[in-house]
Design a protein around this ligand. Sequence first.
Ligand code: SPD
Length: 356
Amino acid sequence: MKELVRTFAAVFIVAFALMYLTAYLNSSQGYSSGNTLTIYNWGDYIDPELIARFEKETGIKVIYQTFDSNEAMMTKIEQGGTTFDVSIPSEYAISKMKEENLLLPLDHSKLPNLKYIDPSFMDLSFDPGNIYSIPYFWGTVGVVFNPDLTNLKFKSWDDLWDESLRNQIFLLDGAREVIGMGLNSLHYSLNDTNEDHLREATAKLSKLTPNVKAIVGDEIKMLLANEEAAVGLVWSGDASEIMSENEKLDYVVPEEGSNLWFDNMVIPKTAKNIEGAHAFINFMLDPEVAAQNTEYVGYSTPNAEALAFLPEEIAGDERFYPSKELTEKLEVYENLGKRMLSHYNELFLEFKMHRK
Ligand code: SPD
């Protein structure tokens, strides 16, 4: 019996020592054991290797969930019941989330790598002083096209309505992008709230339906790279990814104007691991990490130091790192307010239903 008690005591002491050692090692890095971080990001928007590296370096276990539109992401965070520690909305969504008190102010002293961000991506109107958000990726909206399947050059949005493109267009599944493209094609602002202009744009969009093969999510990249259609309305980073799969394709931003967008990292009010959220944001700002992420995802980095790690064919490609002259002609989505944003969503839904 004594023997049994002795063995049990020895096992207990060893187990306790191991637990203590693990806790000590974790706490020496500033994290408690069992630490998790819930990240809510766009699909296909991070190199998974970087998540594994962050977990290894910090001892934090990442729970990763994705969304496919700002609207879906905002609805989920607004509804509550989630514990997202980091999310990556676009500018107009950040402005709306700030207004609705859904974001936590950031502690810049915990983000020493913030110094690597190009100052032209800081202090933008949707978040003066970057109190709530830190640049992640940026880009434009434009047309990716396959010169083997169409002779059109897409200098104008109107080319999309060309009869030769019957059933030849994939559209990205975004209300602001599609309604905005309709408005831009009529030389209206993509932030227009005039009801007559919006009706004119949706009437014009309904005439595009014979050319639209499908409205799709991230699979748009695979479909276009596989030449399932001649043309796609896409975000620039997706175009870059498609073109790395199929070099025949090209990307252009039509002359009437288009969207310049910014996706920034934020800490939602739902956060449970604020310390870990800052650690993750700072990790993503590291120039080598940002460069690896840029190469993997295909989007344009706002990290000035990361550009030095990228090959010239990426960092010097004017289609994805457009000149200041071009970006100044583009428009950033504004927060049009809850009612108008819902109206854009309804108009987009009507357009989608009309197609079926
Ligand atoms: N597959 C990732 C897509 C992320 C694109 N964000 C662009 C938002 C523009 N408003």
